[in-house]
Design a protein around this ligand. Structure first.
Ligand SMILES: *Cc1c(COP(=O)(O)O)cnc(C)c1O
Length: 363
């Protein structure tokens, strides 16, 4: 077979992004400035029903600064899923607080509120669900838990630009929420992150923390970082923001096609009233998932990805003894197929043929 390889993810960069960067280069105003302010305001308007946002130089920095702005620090515990990218728990640990790993439910791969409830102690400061793969976590149940115990909710919305629950966008539930703008996410600024918050004090703290604790130059009010986004990155992000709505429609149409046509593997479920934005389209392959992925690549030139093969609690950086059976099961069986907006009809057909043929052969 001599077909083109279909990658698992593909950032879409066009002439408009190149022109926007060139415009900033010609202006000479490269660091954080007017482009960043415009990007923040547009992001709020387009994705967050107007909730204010603060731009930073990565999603991880956004989580870290968001937690610091929310007052999380040494002695605190924050409950996070173990089935996520390491940045979620890293950000908690970097504040000096302790990430406490909870299990997920196997329908949407997000935090299991029942398991979370059993982990709450007098040290628990907050709960940080991840809207994994672009599917909203069970926010009503987590909100109820948080209210019952007087805890905060923080959202890792790195993968979920435009996702919503009952008409309410993700990123508007928590004290703060972080969206990543890494190249493989649903939209990109090159690298970058956006933090939304409805808390005016937290917003002010975020603006200080990203800029050495300064609002006015050389009048540093607190000890801060340089986590500023550049005008160059913001210019890319603004162009992408104008396109992400259409891309999401295409992702959702691709997912619907796969839902209808795949057989012999588990396809992703969507909760009632949830809008899933399919950062990943994740199937389950109960037997020999890794062999399945290798055959997809070698026999059909179809890329795929395993997010995530190792749970956070078993990474050498955390190395905790935990009993999280759903997390372990997900790590062994999930496989994400290409769902990105640049797939064409032939690509979609090839993915379906490949998966169905391999699933049948393995059955
Ligand atoms: C990508 C990602 C992050 C980190 O974002 P960066 O922009 O890469 O720093 C955090 N959490 C999750 C779930 C992610 O997918």
């Amino acid at each position: 077979m001599s077909k083109d390889f279909i990658p698992a993810a593909k950032p879409l960069i066009g002439d408009a992004e190149r022109d926007a960067v060139d415009g900033v280069l010609r202006s000479g105003m490269l660091a954080q400035g007017a482009e960043v302010t415009e990007f923040e305001q547009e992001f709020s308007r387009v994705l967050l029903d107007g909730r204010p946002t603060v731009a930073v130089n990565s999603g991880t920095a956004g989580l870290h600064l968001g937690l610091l702005a929310a007052g999380v620090g040494p002695g605190d515990e924050v409950i996070v899923p173990s089935f996520t990218f390491a940045a979620t728990a890293n950000a908690v640990a970097l504040t000096g607080a302790t990430p406490v790993f909870a299990d997920i439910e196997l329908t949407h791969y997000c935090l299991d509120p029942k398991h979370v409830a059993g982990l709450i102690t007098e040290r628990t400061k907050g709960i940080m669900p991840v809207h994994l793969y672009g599917h909203p976590a069970n926010m009503p149940a987590l909100q109820q838990l948080a209210e019952q115990h007087g805890l905060a909710l923080y959202e890792d919305a790195a993968q979920a630009h435009g996702a919503s629950l009952d008409g309410k966008p993700v990123g508007t539930f928590g004290t703060f929420a972080m969206f990543s703008l890494y190249p493989t996410k649903n939209m990109t600024s090159g690298e970058g992150g956006m933090v939304s918050t409805g808390d005016t004090e937290a917003e002010q703290a975020l603006r200080l923390l990203r800029n050495q604790g300064m609002q006015r130059q050389y009048e540093n009010e607190l000890v801060g970082f340089n986590a500023r986004m550049t005008n160059l990155h913001a210019a890319i992000g603004r162009v992408q923001l104008a396109k992400v709505g259409e891309w999401t429609k295409t992702r959702r149409a691709n997912a619907q096609f796969l839902d209808r046509n795949l057989h012999g593997v588990g396809v992703p479920a969507v909760a009632e009233k949830a809008v899933h934005v399919y950062h990943q389209y994740t199937i389950t392959v109960p037997e020999d998932r890794d062999g399945f992925a290798a055959a997809l690549k070698e026999e059909y030139q179809v890329g795929s990805g395993v997010y995530y093969p190792v749970p956070n609690h078993r990474l050498p950086s955390f190395a905790r003894e935990e009993d999280l059976p759903n997390t372990e099961q997900a790590c062994n069986t999930v496989l994400s197929l290409p769902v990105h907006p640049s797939l064409d009809d032939e690509d979609r057909e090839r993915i379906v043929t490949a998966v169905n043929t391999l699933a049948k052969a393995g059955a």
